[in-house]
Design a protein around this ligand. Structure first.
Ligand code: SF4
Length: 381
């Protein structure tokens, strides 16, 4: 009697919609992606309970994701690691020790992102027990293609949210569009999905005459992309008629760390960061600090209405960024709102600060519009 060997279940921590990309790669190589429930208050409380008190928020949430995945029956928990001057370089070992101390037998595995394609390849080989370069390359290409589609879809969502006639419409169609990406694991299928996504998002009724504000969101990459820790700030801003643009994205990171140079046409985020941050920060001090400082300059150069900086409580590199912003304000005329995110999930104070910031940007914009009108009138006389 032939019995099929059960597939190896592999789980990654959440960060926005990234699970859609890694789940595809795992399916292609013959593993079973185990997608634990999205980060919630329960995740936070599990992670906090077993973490050092002063460690940064992403660590606690990632540990909580792992505990939920292990309790759900995954065989592997996979951690994305990278070297660096901040605590991220130590996260992997700490999380592995915490899981061992808790008595979990589940295998812990790391994917070294700064090893580029080679790091992803080694990871796929370890979890699948295969050594099939063609299969692995297909898995990597499909996962990266999905990551780009997810980012493009999110940008469309941000555009529609700020202009939607019926509140919640954009999100409803966005969720349907996400399924088209999730359900297709071939490049041909994804090409078709692109068309379906466009049709789906075109169903959102928009008010294109609305006077919207443009805001860039920068900060530590995890909290920028994780709607639980940032309390879905993008939705709140969209509701207030603000179109957001995430400065830190998964694909931005992939371009710097994974995608070979010959496939990159434009300047990457890190290259731009090295160029623009120079007068204020001359070297990488870990995390996303260099990028954040440069993002303020980039937003100001483009005449954006404001920039919001998100930082996990006790994040060392972002504390540095926030201390550089006052100097930047001397020669950059852009409103900056710095928000520190911690385990407190109360919304009232958070929303009030965002509303006040939006109000400030709106009044500032109106002032500029009035000034321009006056200058036009004087010029015409
Ligand atoms: S960048 Fe900040 S939040 Fe992320 S690991 Fe480093 S210290 Fe922690």
């Amino acid at each position: 009697m032939r019995t099929d060997k059960p597939k190896t279940k592999v789980s990654f921590p959440h960060m926005g919609t990234v699970s859609i990309a890694w789940a595809a790669a795992l399916r292609i190589i013959g593993c079973e992606p185990y997608v634990e429930p999205y980060t919630s208050k329960k995740t936070l409380s599990l992670g906090t309970k077993h973490s050092p008190e002063a460690i940064c928020l992403p660590y606690k949430l990632i540990l909580g994701n792992f505990i939920e995945a292990i309790d759900g029956g995954t065989d592997y928990v996979a951690m994305i690691t990278s070297p660096g001057c901040c605590r991220l370089g130590e996260y992997g070992k700490c999380i592995e020790n915490a899981l061992t101390d808790l008595g979990y037998k589940t295998k812990y595995i790391e994917m070294q992102l700064y090893d580029g394609i080679k790091g992803m390849y080694n990871f796929l080989r370890a979890v699948s027990g295969k050594n099939n370069p063609f299969l692995f390359m297909r898995a990597i290409v499909v996962a990266i293609t999905k990551a780009f589609m997810l980012d493009a879809l999110e940008n469309k969502l941000f555009y529609c949210r700020a202009r939607e006639v019926n509140y919640g419409d954009s999100e409803k169609h966005y969720k349907k569009a996400l399924k088209y990406i999730d359900e297709n694991d071939t490049l041909h299928g994804l090409k078709k999905a692109k068309k379906q996504i466009e049709e789906e998002m075109n169903k959102v009724e928009l008010d294109n005459n609305r006077d919207i504000l443009n805001v860039d969101i920068t900060g530590e990459i995890y909290v920028v992309n994780d709607e639980f820790s940032n309390q879905n700030i993008e939705r709140e801003l969209g509701r207030m008629g603000v179109q957001v643009r995430r400065s830190l994205t998964l694909t931005g990171f992939l371009k710097d760390a994974i995608i070979p140079k010959i496939f990159r046409k434009e300047e990457t985020h890190l290259q731009r960061a090295n160029r623009l941050a120079k007068p204020y920060l001359s070297r990488d001090i870990g995390g996303d600090s260099l990028e954040c400082v440069s993002d303020v300059v980039y937003a100001d150069n483009r005449g954006i209405d404001g920039i919001i900086h998100l930082s996990p409580f006790t994040c060392m590199p972002e504390i540095m960024s926030q201390n550089i912003f006052p100097t930047m304000r001397e020669d950059k005329d852009i409103p900056i709102l710095a928000l520190i995110l911690d385990e407190q999930t109360g919304r009232a104070g958070y929303i009030t600060r965002i509303e006040a910031f939006v109000d400030l940007m709106r009044r500032r914009k109106r002032k500029f519009q009035m000034q321009n009108k006056k200058e036009d009138t004087v010029g015409a006389v």
